[in-house]
Design a protein around this ligand. Structure first.
Ligand code: GAP
Length: 450
């Protein structure tokens, strides 16, 4: 099994991630987070929020609706340009994203350029392609009490009712920029941060949770004076490294910056750096840092007729701020964290799997258990210790299943940094064994010191 397959298997075995709609045979491009996955995901999201919002004076939060006025996507350019190159094999009818089945081409590939590469169909092996067509990745939905028969002979009504599931959380920030400026009068530069779901009808979802049709993003739109964009871009760039490496614990050697060339950049960007990560299946984009200029606010101003200008509090000068945007997918960060933590080693001749998660991210920090579960005096004492810790902390778990060795293996696999074991000495001297996940070393600690 490849390392990615091992991680997928661990995620299912231990309740981190299940295939979406598993019981009905799945739903491509969707994944469900189980009890352990929810805890890890929440820790990752809370850590990001704490670092980028709660500990800073220049950042504020937003939680906007997923379904937005369709004008949003006209102004943002998504209605016209948020499309991938779709190609169909005329032999077996399989459909692919053209730039993902051939090397050296980008999303802007033309039919002629693609045909010149003589790509074989990954499904049937033949070379008989239809033209490249642009496939818009936004999911559509219908809003309001309109029945399909109402719109059958009335395309205008059908059109009027269409709405989109947001393909990026960013627009919920841009559309609230004016509300925030008019209500809390922030000083420039300031950032608005949002965490939430985003939806993309990906042609080929793949690599476990790396490319999903429903994902969660954590985005910041950082509003700056136009002539300061470069210095703020650099500040944001080093903040991202600090967060990924020193807070989340990803090794710097596994993170590579890719200065995205003009032809590969999103339509709104004048500069983009993709932060690539060495995932088990190869290097892939973990996050992006983009200079979006005043593209979004200017378009909103045009579409809405409302001024998006910011008036400087001292100079009184009015201008539309420019924007630096760091954007990261929660699932991609989750997979990077898991890939980095997943370790197979050998302890006393026995192979084990261990998730060496940073303590702050681990779903549980402690597991409390009695050495033997058939000794009521040990179970009672262990319960007493557990209840005491549980009153103070949410991240303590109880385990009295199987024997102590099996419990250690299970806690290692879910990344619990320390196991607290109550044994006969505890009854004598009030100390417990604390066993370290990574070294498996044990020490004795007074209960009051836990
Ligand atoms: N607002 C800018 C934006 O959305 P993007 O490069 O399209 O830019 C930003 O997406 C980040 O969102 C990516 O770097 C990635 O981490 C995550 N992401 C995008 N599409 C994804 C997908 N289909 N599945 C999982 N994560 C995705």
């Amino acid at each position: 099994m490849s390392k990615l397959e091992d991680i997928v298997s661990l995620c299912k075995r231990r309740g981190f991630i299940f295939p979406g709609s598993d019981v009905y045979g799945g739903m491509a491009g969707t994944w469900d987070f189980g009890p352990l996955g929810v805890m890890l995901k929440k820790n990752i999201m809370d850590t990001w929020w704490h670092y980028f919002v709660e500990t800073r004076d220049d950042m504020y939060g937003i939680d906007a609706a997923i379904i937005m006025n369709p004008k949003t996507w006209v102004a943002s350019g998504h209605a016209a340009t948020f499309a991938d190159p779709l190609v169909e094999c005329k032999e077996c009818k399989s459909r692919f994203r053209a730039d993902k089945i051939a090397d050296g081409i980008t999303e802007s590939v033309t039919t002629d350029e693609f045909l010149a590469l003589h790509v074989k169909c990954p499904t049937c092996g033949k070379e008989n392609w239809g033209p490249i067509r642009k496939f818009n990745m936004m999911f559509t939905t219908h809003v309001g009490a309109v029945l399909p028969e109402d719109t059958k002979d009335n395309p205008e009504l059908a059109e009027k009712n269409i709405a989109y599931l947001r393909p990026e959380t960013a627009q919920g920030i841009f559309t609230n920029y004016k509300n925030v400026v008019d209500t809390i009068y922030p000083n420039l530069p300031f950032g608005l941060a949002q965490q939430g779901k985003a939806f993309r009808n990906e042609i080929s979802p793949r690599d476990f949770i790396l490319r999903d049709r429903e994902c969660s993003q954590m985005e910041i739109e950082y509003f700056v004076a136009p002539d300061t964009w470069e210095e703020n871009f650099e500040k944001m760039r080093s903040l991202q490294h600090d967060f990924l490496e020193n807070v989340i614990g990803l090794p710097a050697k596994n993170i590579h910056e890719l200065d995205v060339p003009k032809e590969d950049r999103a339509h709104y960007s004048k500069r983009t750096i993709d932060f690539m990560f060495d995932y088990p299946n190869g290097e892939e984009e973990l996050m992006g840092l983009a200079y979006r200029t005043d593209f979004d606010l200017s378009n909103i101003e045009r579409e809405s007729g409302k001024s998006m200008e910011y008036r400087d509090k001292t100079t009184k000068e009015a201008f539309i701020p420019h924007v630096i945007e760091p954007s990261i997918g929660v699932e991609r960060l989750f997979l990077a964290v898991l890939s980095n933590a997943y370790t197979e080693d050998e302890i006393d001749g026995e192979k084990r799997v261990v998730l060496k998660l940073p303590k702050a991210l681990a779903p549980y920090k402690f597991c409390v258990s009695p050495l033997l579960k058939n000794k009521p005096e040990l179970v009672d004492k262990a319960k007493e210790v557990y209840d005491k810790l549980r009153q103070k902390y949410t991240f303590v778990t109880w385990d009295d299943s199987g024997n102590i060795g099996k419990r250690y293996r299970k806690q290692d696999e879910i990344g619990t940094p320390e196991c607290v074991v109550i044994d006969f000495d505890t009854l004598e001297d009030g100390t417990v064994t604390v066993r370290d996940r990574d070294t498996t070393k044990q020490k004795r600690v007074k209960i009051e010191k836990l």
